[in-house]
Design a protein around this ligand. Structure first.
Ligand SMILES: [Zn+2]
Length: 290
């Protein structure tokens, strides 16, 4: 069986001394690729170096709102830096992770600044025909973040002009039907799955699916069709069970993506082999891997 971890942070500090061993362990477990994910200028840069060095590692580059410090960065510098990273490597396969996060300190990451940050990066993704890796994180029992993200995505995916939202004013001129990508670390409801699918996006499940608190995420995992399903670890975070309970402290690793695949097989009443086959094919297709 072959697996791909569609979202890991090998470029994170936690792996600074051992990322090559972590990749070897992943290969030994059956992983054929790992998508390394950028979230700020520094780790995007590190991710490209790692991908250039290790054949099974691919990478994305992008800036997540978590790195905001109360003001909009110089977007020309930021976008030029991403362009430079992309043009220096054949291994950059997407833009991300980008998105909206309403659990962040609103002083450091005001909504309007988050909107500007994601919009510029989606524009770049479209120009370069790269898929986007989306992070969306709402406050507990709220869906404002998801809804605001939809308004932004609709600007790029539909031909309707004048999508109205009092909080968001965007000046997107070009309409682009080819925007695609993945909602990473899915925690939404089955109804939200349907909305994301209608936009043409893939849905990726993480180790959260194996937690006792998974709740409606289990229902969401049942309704994603085979051809839109991805798996990920988000390593070093979100170690799946039972590994999470067995090791202290628990650092997640790409090889544990198989634990999430096992849970998906159980929830969807299919075999692990089938989950491996479809998620590997889908990840290759989305990120245009060889
Ligand atoms: Zn991540």
């Amino acid at each position: 069986m072959q697996f791909i971890d569609s979202h890991a942070h090998l470029n994170a500090e936690q792996f600074s001394g051992n990322w090559e061993n972590v990749v070897t362990e992943a290969k030994n477990a059956g992983l054929v690729s790992i998508i390394n994910i950028g979230s700020d200028p520094q780790d995007s840069e590190r991710g490209v170096v790692q991908a250039n060095q290790e054949p099974i590692v691919y990478t994305t580059v992008g800036v997540h709102p978590e790195s905001l410090a109360g003001r909009l960065p110089d977007m020309a510098v930021l976008i030029n830096n991403l362009r430079r990273l992309i043009s220096n490597s054949q291994k950059v396969v997407g833009i991300g992770e980008i998105g909206l996060d309403y659990t962040l300190d609103p002083v450091k990451a005001p909504k309007q600044i988050q909107f500007s940050l994601i919009t510029a990066q989606i524009t770049l993704a479209l120009e370069l025909s790269l898929p986007i890796v989306l992070h969306v994180r709402d406050q507990k029992d709220s869906n404002h973040c998801f809804d605001d993200l939809l308004v932004i995505l609709h600007q790029f995916t539909t031909s309707e002009k004048g999508v109205q939202n009092s909080n968001i004013s965007l000046t997107t001129q070009k309409l682009a039907p080819r925007l695609t990508g993945v909602f990473h670390c899915w925690t939404g409801t089955p109804a939200q799955v349907q909305i994301a699918l209608n936009l043409g996006f893939y849905i990726s499940f993480s180790g959260i699916l194996t937690y006792k608190s998974a709740g409606h995420i289990l229902d969401a995992a049942k309704v994603v069709p085979d051809h839109r399903l991805l798996i990920e670890t988000d390593a070093p975070f979100l170690t799946p069970e039972p590994a999470r309970s067995q090791q202290h402290p628990s650092t997640n690793q790409p090889r544990y993506v198989i634990l999430t695949a096992e849970k998906l097989a159980q929830v969807r009443d299919t075999t692990l082999g089938h989950i491996a086959e479809i998620t590997t094919a889908n990840t290759k297709l989305l990120f245009n891997l060889p």
